[in-house]
Design a protein around this ligand. Structure first.
Ligand code: RUQ
Ligand code: CUA
Length: 650
């Protein structure tokens, strides 16, 4: 596939590594000085855009700057994260509860930033957990995960988490169809028995709180990706499907039989109305809803027992199928809301449907049969055009807001720029290598910021210094401000980014939270003044109410703990200064350290198993006396009568 030709030259003490031989990479590629200037953000200067890249199998979300490609943060979402103690602290453990118990990992794919009137508003970012179906909401002022809702009756939560243009709903569609409700049955009875659920989760406009409003129970296809209508098509949602064959084994052959699969067009406004008028059927189920409260610094889990399901046949006019070749993957809607693009991954051409034509065909009742009672529109009646791209394996499309679309091709490893309306290919540039998703800031909105496109690639190979058999995935930034795309930068990512969301820095930076106010701390174990520190025994449980400030813990000596106790360290950080967290780590604890933000309280549990005098310390280098920030706990035998006492400076 490519030629590796490393030429190593040592000049004096310097070692230069030059990679050449890639046919398409000419001297005016990423190494030219004008390209370097385009991505150079001088020391002390800041980036123009935030980019949020999903972490795929890392379960988290990473934050980068564009155009520098500098990584700013990893936001823990579905995975335990020892760096901050997320999923380890008592306050955040409930975030990872599900109906399957504590699930400390997921496969996070598609972030989407909240919108108002179809434009990014920068309040929240949503992301899906693909494996144990969940949707998370992250607050974009604290950059913390605030809410995770499990999605019942779903499996492989992939056509998610996309939002409607006023953030009315975050939508989650199932990739796998399954028995609904789940039950013991032969797998080969899949066909016509399994169902695919499309979930509409409402978002409270004030606080962002999520509520599973209704679930549409669709035929047993695979629902791959989705995007909302916008502008004229606001009120509709579009889902690509594959495996309309309803195969249950050897999918690579059996799910590729049909010449065309479908894009499902769902009129959610119509279904919302139906549901608001008492429509739908309540079904018993069990799913977790986890909410983090910023004032108590604590998450709680509520198990929900019921879901409202909707049979599409009960709401005439709500769902239609648009035939789309050939096992389409990406389902993308242009900024005007007129064009719906199906990226048929086994097709050479891109299929573009017209919203106006779709409405006309529906009104003219020109159907081409039905599938399980859902009308199928005629392909020719809804087709706006086809892009004869010459590429192979189209996956995803984004838009620049200037009438152009950019589609990734996995097999031919390129980004292709084409024009909406004329369907003409304008430019194509190779990616290194095998691009999956791509992202233009605001590319999934009415108002994209078409300056850069970021390609996220599946294979890295020789792009960076080798790091053993596994390389981090690579991303590439192209300048798209001109007629032709220009590759200007390469940077490594973390996990496997499937999709990203970007927005102008000025939308988020000014409102980014600096501290939590100590006088607003409502944590039940908070210590809001240093004199409030204490140690309280309740049977085998010991609660340490601890405070920290540069450079000590109060208390720092504790005696009277016994083997068999369960010790809760509730630590309040008394700093009220930006970017001064303190850490806490206890020897031998079966957990991670904690990072406690200014004004925040977090709890770490320790169950001492050995007699002795055991140290704890601050893990974050917080001052010149950081190494002095430490203390001891004396652990006595289970039957000892050493008195409980604590102190600082005695
Ligand atoms: S989607 S590229 Cu195409 Cu989840 Cu991964
Ligand atoms: Cu506090 Cu180091």
């Amino acid at each position: 596939m490519k030629i590796h030709n490393y030429l190593m030259m040592s000049i004096g003490a310097a070692l230069m590594l030059v990679s050449c031989g890639q046919q398409n990479q000419s001297s005016n590629g990423a190494l030219s000085s004008s390209a370097a200037e385009k991505v150079y953000v001088a020391p002390g200067e800041q980036d123009e855009f935030y980019a949020f890249l999903s972490g795929g199998y890392s379960g988290n979300l990473t934050v980068y700057g564009l155009p520098s490609g500098r990584m700013f943060k990893e936001i823990p979402v579905f995975s335990q994260f020892p760096t901050s103690g997320y999923g380890y602290s008592e306050e955040t453990k409930p975030m990872l509860n599900t109906s399957h118990g504590f699930v400390p990992w997921d496969d996070a794919h598609h972030p989407d930033i909240s919108q108002t009137n179809g434009e990014l508003d920068g309040r929240w970012i949503f992301i899906n957990g693909n494996n144990t179906p969940r949707i998370a909401r992250i607050n974009l002022s604290t950059f913390e995960t605030e809410e995770i809702i499990e999605v019942p009756n779903s499996a492989g939560n992939h056509s998610s988490s996309f939002i409607t243009e006023n953030t009315e709903y975050v939508v989650a569609g199932t990739r796998f169809s399954v028995p609904i409700p789940q039950r013991d049955m032969p797998i080969n009875e899949y066909k016509s028995n399994f169902k695919g659920s499309l979930s509409f989760i409402s978002v409270d406009p004030e606080h962002g709180h999520l509520d599973l409003k209704f679930q549409l129970l669709m035929p047993g296809f695979n629902y791959d990706l989705s995007h909302p209508g916008r502008g004229k098509s606001h009120g509709w949602f579009f889902f690509t499907t594959y495996n309309t064959e309803e195969a249950h084994t050897l999918q690579e052959v059996n799910a590729s039989q049909n010449d065309k699969d479908f894009i499902a067009a769902v009129n959610w406004k119509k279904i919302e109305e139906y549901v608001n008028n008492g429509g739908g059927t309540k079904m018993p189920t069990n799913y977790a809803h986890n909410v983090y409260d910023e004032s108590t610094h604590m998450a709680t889990t509520t198990m929900k027992k019921e879901v409202l399901t909707v049979d599409p046949l009960k709401v005439p006019g709500a769902v239609y199928f648009l035939p789309t070749p050939k096992s389409p993957h990406g389902c993308d809607v242009d900024p005007t809301g007129q064009y719906i693009i199906g990226n048929g991954k086994l097709s050479a051409d891109l299929t573009v449907h017209s919203f106006d034509k779709m409405i006309a065909a529906i009104e003219g009742e020109k159907f081409d049969g039905e599938a399980y009672g859902i009308p199928i529109l005629k392909f020719e009646d809804v087709l706006a055009g086809q892009v004869k791209s010459g590429g192979l394996g189209p996956l995803h499309t984004e838009f620049d807001g200037k009438g152009n679309a950019y589609t990734t091709f996995f097999i031919s490893s390129e980004v292709v720029k084409w024009q909406l309306g004329t369907w003409e290919v304008i430019d194509r540039k190779p990616t290194y290598y095998s691009v999956g998703h791509l992202m233009i800031p605001g590319g999934n909105s009415r108002k994209p910021f078409g300056k850069y496109v970021v390609a996220m690639n599946k294979i890295t190979k020789d792009r960076y210094l080798p790091t053993g058999p596994e390389m981090e995935h690579s991303a590439q930034i192209y300048d798209i401000s001109g007629e032709k795309m220009e590759l200007i930068y390469d940077f490594p990512t973390h996990g496997e980014p499937h999709y990203a969301a970007g927005c102008p820095a000025e939308l988020l930076a000014p409102k980014s939270k600096k501290i939590y106010r100590l006088d607003e701390n409502k944590h039940p174990y908070a210590v809001t003044s240093p004199t409030g520190s204490k140690v309280v025994r309740e049977g085998n449980e010991v609660h340490v109410y601890m405070s920290t400030i540069r450079s000590h813990f109060t208390p720092d000596n504790i005696e009277g703990i016994k083997v068999g106790d369960k010790v809760y360290f509730h630590i309040t950080n008394h700093e009220q200064d930006f970017d001064v967290p303190h850490g806490f780590a206890m020897i031998g604890q079966n957990s991670s350290e904690l990072l406690i933000m200014p004004g925040q309280t977090k709890t770490s549990v320790w169950e001492p198993k050995q007699v002795g005098v055991w140290p704890f310390y601050c893990t974050d280098f917080c001052s010149a006396l950081h190494q002095e920030m430490q203390g001891y706990v004396r652990v006595s035998p289970a039957n000892s009568n050493v008195e409980l006492k604590w102190s600082l400076g005695e």
